[in-house]
Design a protein around this ligand. Sequence first.
Ligand code: ADP
Ligand code: MG
Length: 246
Amino acid sequence: MSPQLSTDGVTKRFGGVTAVDDVDIEVEQGEIVGLIGPNGAGKSTLFNCITGALTPNSGTVRLDGEELSELPEHAVAQQGLIRMFQHTRVYGEMTVRENALVSTAEDAGLAGSLTPPGDSTRERASELLEYVGLGGLTDVKAGRLSFGQQKLLEFAMALMREPDVLLMDEPAGGINPAKLNQLIEYIRDVNSERSVTVLLIEHNMEFVMEVADRIYVLAHGETIAEGSPTEIQNNERVLDAYLGRE
Ligand code: ADP
Ligand code: MG
């Protein structure tokens, strides 16, 4: 079986810095894969290469066997690969519902943004906002939500776009412990109920060990380990990288 998402020798340099260095990763359909590594390891840059926000200096990215490397970001999103950002990108002056509705319009390009959302889109927005616990706040301006609620709104916005693969950059960052368990449930649920494959960057070890089926570890732009959460927790190179012993 070929992987749903793969990178093959992806390298990205910024001037003299090789942020991502010959990285191969493979994500199978239905998996929840974690991507961890110390600050500056190249995790977000790898995400940007996968989503088309950055063009790698070399290497290829494939989704369902099709090369994505030359496609612009919106075209990649249309292929079903949707990403969430490290810093939330909700529109503070728009209501929660408007945020959910506008997220799908972006994928449709200019024409989509000029066409009012249809009934089925509105229904899906209501259903998803209800699902993430924002059903009672649909008419509130998104800027008034707590940080955790904004993250959940962003999650609903990503789901509005019906991802096949969802890339999440530090979803647990800044979320309080009570909401963390909820987020784990949502991710698992979306993975099993909506068959969304998940690739997530995370700093919170407890969180990633709990939610991921498999983990890749990056350090200095290179993959230094790959394995189950248990294998990663007992990997010497990983400990070295985190403790700065490399
Ligand atoms: P991580 O997400 O693992 O913390 P990043 O991918 O953000 O790491 O950064 C990897 C390296 O690339 C760092 O050394 C960072 O300073 C550098 N870097 C990232 N983005 C840029 C950019 N746009 N311009 C120059 N250097 C960058
Ligand atoms: Mg980052």
